[in-house]
Ligand binder design. Structure first.
Ligand code: SAH
Length: 367
């Protein structure tokens, strides 16, 4: 495997350049291109052409290569299939929204959590991603944004959410971030430090790993926390999320409230709405009945949170069904009546398999 220059320290980069018979200042030039996410040496326009060719033989830029890029039909969402150099593949998703450009990153190749409704866990966990590998996903998206708009600088100062660059990050791709907590923390520190992305524009979503939430509390940065709840009782949750057999609902929620109270932040509760086909081929509600809405309201009553309802996105291997639009609205209304702030998540990129729960390890046979 060729060395990955993105992983080099400035001193190592200098040595590498000197060893190739080039002056030291080239290291700084390369470093700048790397920090902008240059996917190859050919893009490094201020390097002599023969040096670029030599570099291409000797090394690679980022710890990932774009294998495929899919655009949603509305042009707002781009999914990248990335090769991680050791043969593992992951996905990340760029979403252009009215409030800025958001990137959904993966924290692991595959996932060990085994949630019954999700595509990401179908092939199990392959490995954790390093902080650099998670960070590189943001740079891939940033490079895409800048090259499609034909500039290599932000159009407004750093930190302005509408400056045309990546402004928001959600750690909601494949993998369970709190099974890879230190690398996720390293990644977030870097996104904040190097790219000026504010803590409050960064969200980590977890299926409920209590020691991981405690670690985020100790770390102390006021990021957003999202909990994939999906069921308001231990009995139901245990059926669809094996992790619930280790960390029960009340432990997970009390850790989450500790986090949000510390930072005075709103907790995001993710709740997939699931149905099932009965023998007659009709969809019956699973966790989306009015009774479960009441139970969920009991659980969240009086707390600073927002429920994000996610109508289930199709995954071929899973035998759930999406509930009707009416059922979704009834569920939402029941929560709102009880005073719970509730939204239905706008899905992005369903047509390219990039919506929640559709990201998977090997995308070859999918569109
Ligand atoms: N492991 C983390 C990060 C994944 S985030 C977590 O569990 O939170 C992705 C979100 O999409 C989670 O809330 C996940 O439960 C949800 N999801 C998984 N499969 C889905 C599907 N088929 N349709 C809609 N949402 C799904």
């Amino acid at each position: 495997m060729k060395p990955i220059l993105f992983d080099f320290s400035p001193a190592q980069l200098e040595q590498f350049v000197l060893d190739m018979g080039q002056p030291k200042f080239r290291a700084k030039q390369i470093g700048e291109w790397l920090s902008r996410g240059a996917p190859d040496f050919a893009s490094m326009k201020n390097l002599p052409e023969n040096f670029r060719r030599d570099l291409d033989m000797a090394a690679q830029t980022l710890p990932c290569k774009i294998v495929r890029k899919l655009e949603s039909s509305d042009g707002q969402t781009t999914k990248f299939l990335l090769d991680m150099c050791d043969g593992e593949q992951i996905e990340c998703v760029l979403m252009r929204t009215s409030y800025g450009n958001s990137v959904c990153v993966s924290s692991q190749a595959g996932c060990a959590m085994g949630c019954r409704f999700c595509a990401s866990t179908l092939l199990g966990l392959k490995r954790n991603l390093t902080a650099n590998e998670i960070f590189a996903q943001i740079l891939v998206a940033q490079w895409e944004l800048r090259s499609t708009r034909g500039g290599d600088r932000p159009v407004r100062p750093n930190g302005d959410p509408n400056n045309g660059d990546v402004s928001h990050i959600v750690v909601m791709g494949t993998g369970e971030p709190l099974q890879n907590t230190e690398n996720v923390i390293g990644f977030i520190e870097r996104a904040n430090h190097d790219m000026g992305i504010g803590w409050r524009r960064i969200t980590v979503s977890t299926c409920g790993i209590v020691p991981g939430i405690d670690r985020l509390i100790e770390w102390g940065r006021p990021i957003n926390l999202a909990i994939s709840l999906h069921a308001p009782t231990d009995e139901l949750r245990g059926q669809i999320m094996p992790i619930n057999n280790k960390y029960k609902l009340d432990e997970v929620l009390s850790a989450a409230w500790r986090f949000t109270e510390l930072h005075n932040r709103q907790l995001m509760i993710e709740y997939i709405l699931l149905g099932r086909k009965n023998a007659a081929g009709e969809t019956e509600l699973y966790n989306a009945t009015p009774e479960y809405a009441e139970k969920l309201a009991d659980l969240l009553h009086g707390k600073n949170c927002m429920v994000n309802l996610i109508p289930w996105n199709a995954v071929d291997e899973r035998d759930f069904a999406a509930p009707s639009g009416n059922a979704v609205h009834r569920f939402q209304d029941a929560l709102i009546k009880r005073g719970i702030h509730t939204r239905i998540r706008r899905e992005r990129g369903t047509d390219i398999g990039s919506a929640c729960g559709q990201l998977r390890l090997n995308n070859a046979r999918k569109k």
